[in-house]
Design a protein around this ligand. Structure first.
Ligand SMILES: [Zn+2]
Length: 291
């Protein structure tokens, strides 16, 4: 039950109207912190890595650490490749042991997005227990190598979303509804709740079929997060928040212990901060006790 793909856990989340936290990590300490916090909260978990850290650390190394941690954890855990626009690297990570792959061809024209997404679905489903996330419309901001200006970001058309899901066979789906990567420039970003509601009704109205993903979780107010979850977002991506936690804690710790040379203490401080952030998100998303 520990090593699972994203679709299995998200169908239940969609049905019961809670969301699973999908947390981006860049190193071992973060991965351990995320897993330990989710275990303490008895929450299902999605660990994510972007393309750059996946290549830097190595997909096989990450998949091995994930398997080791997941096998002894009493909760379902998925390892997800985030925003990959390179079909071949999607396949490499699937081969390495990731259990969910995001092919992000959202910058391509509709037809090409369908073609690439369908291709990755065929490959991952052929291997076995691997689900695939696709995206339609574009999320503004910077996520790893993908940069989208705010005025270039296009929201997802509901009718096209239904067509995209039907034709690609994608397992989980990220519609662009106005959320952004990075830090929001305003306290109240313009989100299109009605659009999410419409997409959710069209795709999952009768029964949960293709769970929906909300990108750009960092900085959204708790009432906004809860509303997005209520309207059908069942995978909630959080990345920037954890990067800030990592960098700020490292800086603060070293600044106040400048004569100390004990890496383990720096790691312990980072782990504690990250775990607190994960508790915050899990409580807000309503997935505590759902493992
Ligand atoms: Zn994203």
């Amino acid at each position: 039950m520990s090593i699972v793909n994203a679709k299995e856990m998200l169908l239940r989340a969609t049905d019961e109207k809670y969301a699973v936290g999908a947390f981006n990590i860049t190193n071992l300490i973060q991965m351990e912190a995320v897993v330990e916090a989710a275990v303490n909260k008895k929450a299902p978990l999605i660990i994510q890595t972007s393309v750059t850290p996946s290549k830097f650390l190595g997909a096989k190394v990450l998949a091995c650490i994930y398997r080791t941690l997941a096998e002894s954890a009493p909760i379902p855990i998925c390892l997800h490749l985030d925003h990959c626009s390179d079909v071949e690297f999607c396949k490499e990570c699937a081969d390495a042991g990731y259990t969910n792959i995001m092919i992000d061809a959202s910058k391509e024209i509709f037809k090409e997005n369908i073609r690439q997404t369908k291709h990755v679905c065929g490959y991952c489903h052929g291997i076995g227990n691997i689900s695939v996330e696709g995206e339609l419309g574009t999320v503004s901001g910077v996520e790893d190598q993908v940069k989208v200006a705010e005025d270039e970001a296009a929201l997802c058309d509901p009718e096209q979303a239904l067509k995209f899901v039907d034709e690609t066979g994608v397992d989980i789906f990220a519609p662009a509804i106005g959320t952004a990567h990075g830090v929001y420039k305003t306290k109240n970003p313009k989100l299109d709740f009605d659009r999410l509601k419409r997409i959710s009704e069209l795709i999952n109205g009768d029964e949960p079929k293709v769970p929906l993903v909300i990108h750009g979780g960092t900085g959204l107010q708790p009432d906004v997060v809860k509303r997005l979850v209520f309207l059908g977002g069942s995978k909630f991506n959080v990345s920037t928040d954890l990067k800030y936690a990592l960098i700020d804690t490292t800086y603060d710790y070293i600044s106040s212990h400048r004569d100390e040379y004990n890496p383990g203490k720096v790691d312990a401080a980072i782990k504690a901060t990250i775990m607190n952030r994960i508790y915050y998100w899990i409580d807000m998303l309503g997935c505590a006790g759902k493992a």
